[in-house]
Design a binder for this molecule. Sequence first.
Ligand SMILES: NC(=O)c1ccc[n+]([C@@H]2O[C@H](COP(=O)([O-])OP(=O)(O)OC[C@H]3O[C@@H](n4cnc5c(N)ncnc54)[C@H](OP(=O)(O)O)[C@@H]3O)[C@@H](O)[C@H]2O)c1
Length: 264
Amino acid sequence: MDLNLFGKTAIVTGGSAGIGLATAKALYSEGASVAIAARNPERLEKAANTIRELPNLGNKVLPISADLTQAEDIEKVVSKTLAEFGRIDILINNAGSARAGSFLDLSDETFLDAWNLKLLGYIRLVKAVVPHLKSQGDGRIVNIIGGAGRTPRPNFLPGGTTNAALLNFTRGISKELAQDNIRINAISPGLTATERAEDLAQQTAQSRGISVDEVKAESLKAIPLGKLVQPEEIADLALFLVSDRAASITGTEILVDGGQTPGV
Ligand SMILES: NC(=O)c1ccc[n+]([C@@H]2O[C@H](COP(=O)([O-])OP(=O)(O)OC[C@H]3O[C@@H](n4cnc5c(N)ncnc54)[C@H](OP(=O)(O)O)[C@@H]3O)[C@@H](O)[C@H]2O)c1
């Protein structure tokens, strides 16, 4: 399928690991130049080198070390991308790291950290790129959200409340952005095989006083298709959503969760 992404430029937040890295690789392989943003510079550089090793069409990779809880770092990501690539066509909002844990054990900071990074971080990035997308009369945004937005869990409320608010934001802003041919969609992964899934299993095991293996076995049992989602599956859907093939799709959320949370 020709996705027509050659020559486009993209920002992928949290692009040094997991879903973000898989998405950055996929975009690069389609001929897009990709800016990846995350905090740890060594991991970021390593990820950039992994991407550069892929077959390419002369397109570029730009690692940008940034803490996306900070408004000034968000401006830095956008200005560095523009300085290097000259334009921004695609934004993949993906950086998130909400903790799991029992509600009564969670501090205000745990909630604030999740809201600052993912809710405010995604919103600030959309706000920062939209003027550029508007001037081009074209833009494609994908927010990686998560099933807990629609189907909350008691031991994942910082993440669940973040995700619910982001669904509201994605749908809420889509009509306004559509006037300038800017599409914004959400992908909500179920349990996906990344470092974060490992961290969450450990946090859940600790809060419930059971072993990590028990948590993993329970999680797997709850997935009708019986397997974790692979980050590349999320990347493939993101590619489709930011391509011309999805030219009439905006304001929607697509679940990729092995059938775990069917709804009408
Ligand atoms: N994995 C799952 O099961 C799952 C399920 C549903 C939704 N999701 C969502 O999918 C997204 C990606 O998850 P993942 O599993 O791929 O995570 P991951 O493997 O932990 O990767 C997270 C990425 O975000 C970056 N990051 C974290 N905090 C940051 C900050 N303050 N500023 C800038 N970058 C930051 C990390 O790099 P640094 O640490 O170096 O900054 C890393 O590149 C998240 O929004 C998550 O909520 C994941």
